[in-house]
Structures are given as structure tokens and as C-alpha cells.
Design a protein around this ligand. Structure first.
Ligand SMILES: [Zn+2]
Ligand SMILES: [Zn+2]
Length: 270
């Protein structure tokens, strides 16, 4: 698999950086993970919209979902000719809420171009050769983290001697977890326990809200990564008043593995 960063900005897009959005490709599938403002345009640098196999919306906040509206316009009203409905995995009643905003005719149109799968607990789905699992996290609104298992990228295969001779006969897999937006919670740790890479938010610059927290600080991201036992943290959705180098240093005080700052346009092997 490979993960391309479409945008990481929060709570609003800035020149050169869209809001939260990622493209995960592998196992014959392309999945757009979070449709933050500006990410539909960036997505098209890497894949045509109509060839997407699935769209995952972690929660309804605009910096993660707003471009689903214009994706609908692209698929419904443009010259694009998608080969099939695109599966949208999102929080409960997402289609109805979009139609409430767009107007009464939109509900039918949305169901013409999208195949909605509603998330309301722990569940999983297969897309191409990828297995997607999701579970609820702590963000004050229905919000979900995502774990994907699929073929390991050739770029990370067989270099540690474990793959070695067996690699020709054994299909190597890799597992990746995306936090979505969430305060630290046990369900995110559990979802990331089998993962080699955790794409984790750091939406808070500082610890302040105790049990009312709805984001990770950099320290939280380090602690979550250590508790889950992942090898790499890709830090994203970094609070707009946080210096990214300082954020990475703060993660490193609680996590001994590799720390990567998610950079728009970059692609990382998973
Ligand atoms: Zn949010
Ligand atoms: Zn957010």
C-alpha cells in the first residue's frame, strides 16, 4: 500500500495545504480517506475521481467532509462517467444530512452516484484486496478511526531479513491505522495494535480540557503510538498554532519509533 497526503490543515485550508485528506492505494483499490476542504482538487493530481473505489469520512466536521459535496457535483453533473457507484463509508445519516443542506432533490442524486455504508459501531468491509476496519473514537460527535490491512509496499518489503527467502512464496501484508479526530482513547490504541504505521492527529497545541478533550496533543500522539506498539507515527492535522518541528520533538519525548510530519503531496510506503 501507499499513502499520499492530500492535505493536513485545520481548522481551515491555507495556500498550499488543504484540510484533512489522504489517498490510500494498494491491493487494486484507491480509497480517499477524509474529504477535507481542498482535497478533491489535490486528489486529481494522483487519480481520476471516477476511478475511486471508496471514500471514507471519519466524521461530519467540515475540515474532513466538506469536499464530499463537490465530489457529488463532479460525479452527478460533470462529463465524468464513473464505471459504478462509489462506496461512501461514513457516519450514520450522512446522505440525509447532505440532502438537508443541498435541497430535497439531492437525496436521490446522492444515492445515484454513491453507495452509502453507515458506520455506527465496530465493523469492517473489504475493498479490492484491502480489509477496512473501523471503530468509534472520542471526538464529541460520531467519529471513527480506520485500520486498513493490505499488501505491503515493495518499498518496505524484505529489507530486514525476515521477508528474505520466504518472500517469493508468502504474500506480505501491512497494516495501517488512521486516528481521524479524537482525544486519546483505548479504542484507538486497540485499533492500532497490529499496525506498523499510525497516522495520528495533533489538533491540540496544549493539554487543557481534561475529560472534555476532543483531540490529541503531540504528547498524546506519542503516548498512543507507544501504547499501540507501532513502528512509525505520521503526524497530521497539527494545530495551526503549533510549530511542526516542535510538535515532532514533543512526540519524541513519549515515543521511540520513527516520527514523520505528514507533508502535502508526499507519498509514503505502508
Ligand atoms: Zn473534528
Ligand atoms: Zn479536524
Amino acid at each position: 500500500m501507499q499513502l499520499t497526503i492530500l492535505g493536513t490543515a485545520t481548522p481551515y485550508p491555507v495556500p498550499g495545504n488543504a484540510c484533512s485528506g489522504y489517498l490510500l492505494q494498494g491491493g487494486g483499490a484507491s480509497i480517499w480517506i477524509d474529504a477535507g476542504t481542498g482535497t478533491l482538487a489535490e486528489l486529481q493530481r494522483h487519480t481520476p475521481i471516477e476511478t475511486l473505489d471508496a471514500i471514507f469520512i471519519s466524521h461530519r466536521h467540515a475540515d474532513h467532509a466538506a469536499d464530499l459535496f463537490v465530489a457529488y457535483y463532479a460525479l452527478k453533473f460533470s462529463a465524468l462517467r464513473p464505471r459504478a457507484k462509489i462506496r461512501v463509508i461514513g457516519p450514520e445519516a450522512l446522505a440525509d444530512r447532505m440532502a438537508d443542506f443541498l435541497g430535497p432533490d439531492a437525496l436521490q442524486g446522492l444515492h445515484e452516484v454513491f453507495e452509502f455504508t453507515e458506520m455506527n459501531g465496530w465493523a469492517d468491509a473489504v475493498v479490492g484486496d484491502l480489509t477496512l476496519s473501523w471503530g468509534p473514537v472520542a471526538h464529541g460527535v460520531p467519529a471513527f478511526a480506520l485500520t486498513v490491512t493490505g499488501p505491503a509496499s515493495a518499498a518496505i518489503g524484505g529489507i530486514d531479513g525476515i521477508g528474505g527467502i520466504e518472500e517469493s512464496t508468502t504474500k506480505r501484508t501491512s497494516t495501517f491505522t488512521y486516528s481521524g479526530d479524537t482525544a486519546p482513547c483505548i479504542s484507538l490504541v486497540e485499533m492500532a495494535e497490529e499496525s506498523t504505521v499510525l497516522l495520528c492527529e495533533a489538533g491540540y497545541a496544549r493539554e487543557a480540557l481534561g475529560e472534555n478533550a476532543v483531540h490529541h496533543t503531540p504528547e498524546d500522539a506519542g503516548r498512543t503510538a507507544t501504547a499501540a506498539g507501532v513502528g512509525t507515527v505520521i503526524l497530521t492535522h497539527i494545530a495551526d498554532d503549533l510549530d511542526v518541528a516542535d510538535a515532532a520533538r514533543r512526540v519524541g519525548a513519549h515515543f521511540a519509533g520513527e516520527i514523520v510530519i505528514a507533508t502535502p503531496g508526499n507519498t509514503y510506503p505502508i
